[in-house]
Design a protein around this ligand. Structure first.
Ligand code: AQP
Length: 332
């Protein structure tokens, strides 16, 4: 079985619709066909300030949401990044292979550090993509299911895997990004020119899966469309409507052309009302299942402990081989 690896940050509490459609939904599907490793990336979370208590609670909450979304611990390996120390250990080696300018060209770093200001952005934020490289290479992943915003980081992973392999010998599988066209980028409901995101979206443009379903329905109904009335998939001229059609299509399995036909001559109101209902039907059981996992933290923690054990077995082997190839003296 080919291997997949991916991660999600435990920063915002609730996952948003972009996280789910862009990434987590694919994770659930891929556990059936791949040897799948999925993690809550708490080491990544501290690249921006975190309250320790909240971080701990959000880490459990992220795991609960992943299980609620359909990850099955018997079908995949689900763990918390900090439970596997090899991530940080391999990241150091990768940091030492990465050019300063190369890391500086990562657009997510440029955007986030510009927003925070040079003095407040941390070295951790700068080197975040390199930690991500280590995350992926440790598991010899063939594919990495992510949203479009992560493509550049997967390219960096490929470059560094090839660099290491070229310099020290074949150690790493060179992975590919697994990005589905339909859900590569889910856009903000109020500003469809930007991606839906926890840091850039306004509350009205961001659908958090754990919000009150009523509030979610309201956001869908007040999504920005355009002054026209025609329902047509046209991301350039009709980005708002096209975003709604994409969301509707993946959540229901109906094709976009089918939806265009269904709503021909009906106007935006009908589309939004129906999509609001689809959203409510999706988030209501999701919230309930998440709460059930949270109500039983012992079971949740034991799932994560077993996941960490399975992950460590793979990660430790890669790290030991890598350290040896670099020339570190083995500890006797
Ligand atoms: N709008 C999106 N469309 C498609 N995929 C998306 N992802 C995030 N936003 C969208 C994908 O979700 C996965 C988990 O991402 P993360 O844990 O790195 O979260 P993030 O990227 O920090 O989420 P945000 O909201 O985008 O955070 P900020 O605002 O801090 O940048 C990834 O696979 C990502 O591609």
């Amino acid at each position: 079985r080919p291997r997949v690896l991916s991660g999600i940050q435990p920063t915002a509490g609730s996952f948003h619709l972009g996280n789910y459609l862009g990434a987590v939904r694919q994770w659930v599907a891929l556990q059936e066909t791949h040897d799948a490793f999925y993690m809550v990336v708490d080491l990544h979370a501290i690249t921006v300030p975190q309250d320790p208590k909240e971080l701990r609670a959000n880490t459990r909450l992220a795991a609960a949401q992943l299980l609620a979304a359909g990850l099955d611990p018997d079908r995949c390996t689900l763990f918390v990044q900090s439970h596997v120390p090899e991530h940080a250990q391999l990241a150091w080696v990768m940091n030492c292979l990465t050019g300063f300018g190369e890391a500086g060209r990562m657009t997510q770093f440029k955007d986030k550090s510009a927003k925070q200001g040079a003095d407040r952005a941390t070295v951790g934020l700068f080197t975040y993509p390199v930690l991500q490289v280590a995350d992926i290479l440790l598991y010899q992943a063939n594919e990495v299911p992510v949203g479009e915003d992560q493509r550049q980081h997967i390219e960096l992973t490929r470059d560094l895997a090839e660099r290491f392999n070229g310099r020290f010998g074949e150690a790493f599988t060179v992975p590919s990004a697994y990005i589905l066209k339909e859900t590569a980028k889910i856009f903000d409901l109020q500003d469809p020119s930007i991606k839906m995101s926890k840091s850039a979206s306004t509350p009205k443009g961001l659908i958090n899966l754990l919000d009150e379903p009523k509030a979610t329905a309201k956001k869908v109904k007040s999504a920005v469309t355009d002054t026209d009335t025609v329902i047509r998939f046209d991301p350039v001229d009709k980005p708002g409507v096209s975003n709604l059609l994409s969301i509707y299509s993946v959540l229901t399995g109906a094709g976009v052309a089918e939806l265009e036909e269904k709503y021909a001559g009906k106007g935006y109101g009908a589309l939004k009302t129906d999509l609001a209902e689809v959203m409510v039907e999706f988030v209501t059981p999701f919230r309930e299942r998440t709460q059930q996992y949270l109500d039983d933290p012992e079971t949740l923690d034991s799932i994560l402990a077993k996941g960490a054990e399975k992950a460590r077995a793979v990660a430790a082997e890669t790290l030991a081989r890598t350290y040896d190839m670099v020339g570190f003296l083995p500890a006797k």
